[in-house]
Design a protein around this ligand. Structure first.
Ligand SMILES: NC(=O)c1ccc[n+]([C@@H]2O[C@H](COP(=O)([O-])OP(=O)(O)OC[C@H]3O[C@@H](n4cnc5c(N)ncnc54)[C@H](O)[C@@H]3O)[C@@H](O)[C@H]2O)c1
Length: 351
């Protein structure tokens, strides 16, 4: 048990749909204390504070920073507001956790990362998909060498789930699936197979009621030579609706590993196949239909807490996430220009 003194004090910025799961997940961990919530509409801030027993709530961001002694903020607002709140936290020397996608454009993210590094302030991105238990177990299986050298993979997030019911703002975005889901899927690709050399992508808008693209198919050549397909769609009416599961097929010189519907991990070699089911943790606040994305919030939050308490970088630091974000915007560039885009760059933080 951590002493009261070593507890990290934090505030949540944005009290919408996703914040309710994120706050519940923070409550699973010792060593952190949610001291305030902020939202532009005071009703939502007040409701969230009451629901989770948070002592203070605000609808003026300046008052939050003036009144509270914070170790970090957890930003869970719409993407176009992330930069303003990150900037404000950095100005107040407060560490930042920000929801994916980090910012609405790449340059802004790069500038913010540079600012945080210059000021030596921890800056992390809540990119939770790589923390899903089935994805962690898949990585362990790949790294065990059971299928030998990997040469090819497919990472797939295709569904007809009515995502706009819970998150209506998504229908209004000029850029939709690559920023919203692509940021997750490209991060899983990087987690499993390292960084990319180049990316080629095509997009479509199948649902004519939304502004942005709802289908994106990308082909990535990884720096280690692996060929990787990353496909995502909200227009796929399939026999098995697996939302919000990510399906993966990895092919190696000695066999293949498949993360199949129902969290089934199948390993096939010339000697036959084995199968196991990886069930996510069922906390009492998770929606059983979405347990795989809800329960992993506890794991990523634990990584953030430990990083902040021990002074090391979180796995999904903002500096690391720049490489994921770069893939998102390179995919749009590829779709617009009809050619592969090189992404093998080292970032220089000289802003
Ligand atoms: N990691 C995941 O699996 C996952 C899942 C869903 C959403 N998200 C992310 O969470 C973030 C929020 O999404 P959501 O679905 O909760 O949206 P939402 O619209 O339900 O909630 C956003 C909240 O932020 C508030 N807000 C927006 N602008 C504000 C401002 N300028 N000042 C104060 N408050 C403001 C809104 O009033 C709202 O309460 C997005 O970045 C989204 O991509 C992540």
């Amino acid at each position: 048990m951590l002493s009261e003194k070593s507890k990290l004090r934090f505030a949540v910025i944005g009290c919408g749909f996703w914040s309710q799961f994120q706050i519940a997940a923070w409550h699973e961990l010792e060593g952190v204390e949610l001291v305030a919530v902020y939202n532009r509409s005071v009703e939502k801030a007040c409701d969230t504070a009451l629901k989770f027993g948070v002592p203070h709530y605000y609808d003026k961001i300046e008052e939050l920073f003036r009144n509270e002694q914070l170790d970090f903020v957890d930003i869970i607002t719409d993407v176009d507001t992330h930069a303003q709140f990150i900037n404000m936290a950095l100005e107040h020397n407060v560490a930042v956790i920000c929801q994916k996608p980090l910012t609405a454009d790449f340059k802004t993210a790069e500038t913010l990362v540079a600012k945080a590094i210059k000021r030596n302030i921890p800056f992390f991105v809540h990119e939770n998909f790589r923390w899903q238990l089935p994805i962690r177990k898949l990585k362990i299986a790949i790294d065990s060498g059971v299928i030998g050298n990997v040469f090819k993979a497919r990472v797939s997030f295709c569904s007809a789930f009515p995502v706009f019911d819970n998150q209506p703002f998504l229908a209004t975005l000029d850029q939709f699936i690559l920023t919203d889901i692509g940021s997750h899927i490209f991060d899983i690709v990087r987690y499993l197979f390292g960084d990319a050399e180049n990316i080629y992508c095509k997009t479509k808008t199948v649902n004519k009621k939304i502004k942005g693209e709802d289908v994106a198919n990308a082909f990535l050549e990884m720096q280690n030579g692996i060929h990787c397909y990353a496909e995502m769609s909200y227009a796929s009416i399939l026999e098995k609706e697996v939302f919000p599961q990510t399906l993966v097929l990895v092919e190696g010189e000695q066999g293949s590993i498949e993360l199949a519907p129902g969290f089934e991990l199948k390993i096939t070699t010339r000697h036959g196949s084995t199968s196991s089911v990886i069930q996510p943790e069922m906390y009492n606040w998770v929606d059983p239909d979405y347990a795989v994305v809800h329960s992993c919030i506890v794991d990523i939050n634990r990584n953030f807490r430990d990083a902040l308490l021990n002074g090391y970088d979180a796995e999904t630091s903002a500096a690391d996430n720049l490489k994921t974000l770069q893939l998102v915007f390179a995919a749009y560039q590829s779709a617009a220009e009809g050619k592969a885009i090189s992404v093998n760059t080292n970032f220089v933080y000289e802003h």
